[in-house]
Design a protein around this ligand. Structure first.
Ligand code: FAD
Ligand code: NAG
Ligand code: NAG
Length: 660
């Protein structure tokens, strides 16, 4: 069906939702929850957008292959095995587990050579029309396009969230997390990659990784693309967002007044502020699948299997050779073997989980879960993440300045977006500006930032008010009660916020198995804010944001800090350091950059899982190629780094096997 017909179907569908049906959502806490991997049930009552999104993403019903078996299948992209093939082949050169940011580019580069056969296994579904709408980014976090992971309960963080647990959604789609993310394009600072190389990771210095960032990039950035560290001729579009509010200009102007120049924030030379650069094309999301898989779906040497779950990597215990993968599709178990290598690209939670299920991990831990140990390695023992405090809300005295869901979720807006791609729906969840700062708390001798500021053309108040979808507050699982007490009075009014992202946390988490069932969620521990320096850095960042807001560019909108009364912080003086610590511990949110669970390092590094060529120590023909190998914290959202790792991984494999 053509896009045009799809559009009319969509309009018809939206039209059938009646505005009278709007009602409040509630959380249903009746399901057993604490300590188990079960999710609390979310009950959405007839919100048209949420209903649409959740219906289109389908039901979780075993692992059935969807061939037009649900109503919205016609809006979805599709990937089938070549004609005449009912099951995958018994043998391939390579099997890649996970079609995410890294796995997609890896599959595309390896199959450039027609002699090389690749099987790409992905648990999720292909993307669809609605996932292309950047403004809907927050809406997919409660659908089947995400793994509904929760961190284990940890005292003193996420106190204002449902069941006091932090929500860790990750993408489950052909395209992986790049199908549901916020599309922010960042690379990390030169010093950070140079430090990774200096640890003994040969080939990973800034200049060496830059080559691979450049390789994939197709930049369209008002002249920046002509800079030597950028590229106009790659595959992955990087653009400025077509639609912005005036608030981002206030952010940049205020930044200049406080000594932060407006720059290309991905430039290696200096720190500064800038408009967000996003992986979109004319206002449409460009996931790793759209860029690297969709154009090559007819390659006969690339077999892509959506809705297929890998359950084990087969490793010969005598030779330690990885020789195949077991997976489940349509409720049926299959095994395929490799002539060359198994490549694990399942992301920072599932990659360590699969390694451990396959006998590679901490010896005592595996033994306690009745798993035969093939190689004792500290898999999952290190986990860094980027967290933020998302509810530093500033109200404005001026109306219709910020984004607001209620204004844009009409049929006409979707139609305009499809045609021109430049209305409010093109904004990636309201993200408009990025700024790097170094707070006084930092003791880094080099010009490496410790905080990234993300300027939003709105805030947690902008998701539609009492009658809206509440998708943003839902996306972090903020409790309804906490929201009402802290923000009920100003809900749905014009606002601005900046999210401070803690770039180099001192607190270190870990991930381990719950049990040896491949369908269980592993146990995840962020250990957030366990180091006092992390709290101090956040408070310093909040003070800096307040200084920005005090300048004329913000004051002309009557920008004012909202006095949020969080239930657990009521006895503390508003705006004191103690109040802010309590607030941060109440609304602690991840920006979903978990890394280092399969960290890379030289042989001398007792915390390393893979070597600098991403080969798992002690196992032959097995590499991990995704964001889980990043060994140190970097000043970057992790999609572009994961794509870079996929590019670099593909080159290393080609060299190993003498492929062109
Ligand atoms: C809500 C959200 C917003 C984000 N915003 C940004 C942003 O704006 N900018 C940015 O740069 N980064 C962002 N990120 C982070 C970024 O998108 C991810 O770090 C990046 O996509 C990770 O790439 P990856 O290749 O390591 O893993 P993924 O892209 O997560 O890919 C792993 C894939 O493996 C599949 N898989 C897992 N287990 C199995 C199995 N057993 N069998 C088969 N398949 C399996 C998964 O379904 C998934 O598709 C965001 C993340 C989230 C969750
Ligand atoms: C593919 O294999 C054939 C036969 O072995 C060989 O002649 C050809 O050069 C190979 N092509 C590539 C691109 O490697
Ligand atoms: C908002 O506040 C600013 C600064 O106090 C003032 O100049 C402006 O006129 C106000 N705007 C409105 C619409 O009240």
């Amino acid at each position: 069906m053509s896009n045009y017909n799809c559009l009319w179907m969509l309009i018809f569908i939206i039209g059938t939702f009646s505005r009278e049906n709007l009602a409040n959502y509630e959380y249903d806490n009746s399901a057993p929850f604490a300590g188990s991997s079960r999710n609390p049930k979310l009950v959405w009552n007839y919100h048209p957008i949420i209903d649409l999104v959740s219906q289109t993403s389908g039901k979780t019903n075993g692992y059935k292959e969807t061939k037009n078996d649900d109503f919205f299948a016609f809006l979805r992209d599709y990937y089938y095995l070549p004609d005449g093939l009912k099951t995958p082949l018994p043998e391939y050169d390579f099997i890649i587990i996970g079609a995410g940011s890294a796995g997609s580019v890896l599959a595309s580069r390896l199959t450039e050579n027609k002699n090389v056969t690749v099987l790409l296994i992905e648990a999720g579904k292909p993307e669809m029309l609605l996932t292309d709408i950047p403004a809907l980014a927050p809406y997919f976090q409660s659908t089947d396009y995400t793994w509904q992971y929760y961190m284990e309960p940890q005292p003193g963080v996420c106190m204002g969230m449902l069941n006091e647990r932090c929500f860790w959604p990750r993408g489950k789609a052909v395209g992986g997390t790049s199908v549901v993310n916020y599309m922010i394009y960042t690379r990390g600072r030169p010093q950070e990659w140079d430090r990774i190389a200096a640890d003994g990771n040969y080939g990973w210095s800034y200049n060496e990784v830059l080559k691979y960032y450049i390789k994939s990039e197709k930049a369209n950035l008002d002249g920046f693309e002509k800079n030597p560290y950028r590229n106009r001729d790659g595959e992955m579009p990087v653009e400025f967002v077509p639609k912005r509010t005036r608030l981002v200009n206030a952010f940049l102007e205020a930044g200049k007044l406080l000594g932060h120049p407006t720059v290309d924030y991905n430039a290696p030379e200096k720190l500064g502020f800038g408009y967000v650069q996003a992986t979109i094309n004319k206002g449409h999301r460009q996931s790793a699948a759209k860029v690297f898989l969709h154009p090559h779906k007819r390659r006969s040497n690339l077999h892509i299997m959506p809705e297929t779950r890998a359950t084990k990597i087969l490793i010969d215990p005598q030779t330690n050779n990885a020789y195949g993968v077991t997976f489940t599709r349509n409720g049926i178990k299959h095994t395929s073997h490799v002539r060359k290598e198994v490549l694990l690209s399942a992301g920072p939670i599932a990659s360590p989980q699969l390694l451990m299920l396959s006998g590679v991990g901490p010896k005592n831990h595996l033994t306690s879960k009745n798993i035969r140990v093939i190689k004792d390695l500290p898999v999952g023992k290190t986990l860094y993440d980027h967290i933020t405090f998302p509810t530093l809300v500033f109200t404005l005295n001026t109306t219709r300045v910020s984004f607001n869901e209620a204004r844009v979720m009409g049929i006409r807006y979707i139609f305009d977006w499809l045609r021109d791609g430049d209305n409010d729906l093109s904004s990636p969840g309201g993200v408009e500006g990025i700024g790097y700062i170094k707070t006084p708390v930092s003791d880094d001798p080099e010009p490496v930032p410790d905080i990234e500021l993300i300027s939003i053309g709105g805030s947690i108040l902008s998701d539609g008010g009492p009658k809206g979808s509440k998708a943003v507050r839902q996306g972090i699982r903020l409790s309804n009660k906490v929201f009402q007490e802290a923000f009920g009075a100003v809900d749905n009014t014009d606002s601005w916020t900046s999210l401070p992202m803690l770039l180099h946390p001192k607190s270190v988490g870990y991930v381990e198995l719950r049990d040896n069932n491949p369908f269980s969620h592993p146990r995840m521990y962020g250990n957030y804010l366990t180091d006092p320096k992390d709290v101090a850095t956040f408070i310093a960042a909040i003070r800096h944001i307040q200084e920005l807001v005090a300048t004329e560019p913000f004051q002309k909108f009557g920008t004012k800090l909202h006095n949020a009364q969080y239930p657990k912080c009521k006895r503390l003086k508003f705006n004191s350091d103690e109040y802010w610590e309590c607030a941060i511990r109440t609304v602690t949110a991840t920006l979903h950059h978990q890394i280092a669970t399969c960290r890379m390092g030289p042989a001398s590094d007792h915390r390393a899982i893979v070597d600098p060529e991403l080969r798992v120590y002690g196992i032959k023909n097995l590499r991990v190629i995704d964001s889980s190998v990043i060994p140190r914290t970097i000043s970057a959202h992790t999609h572009a780094p994961a794509v870079m790792i996929g590019e670099k991984g593909a080159d290393m494999i080609k060299r190993t096997w003498n492929m062109r």
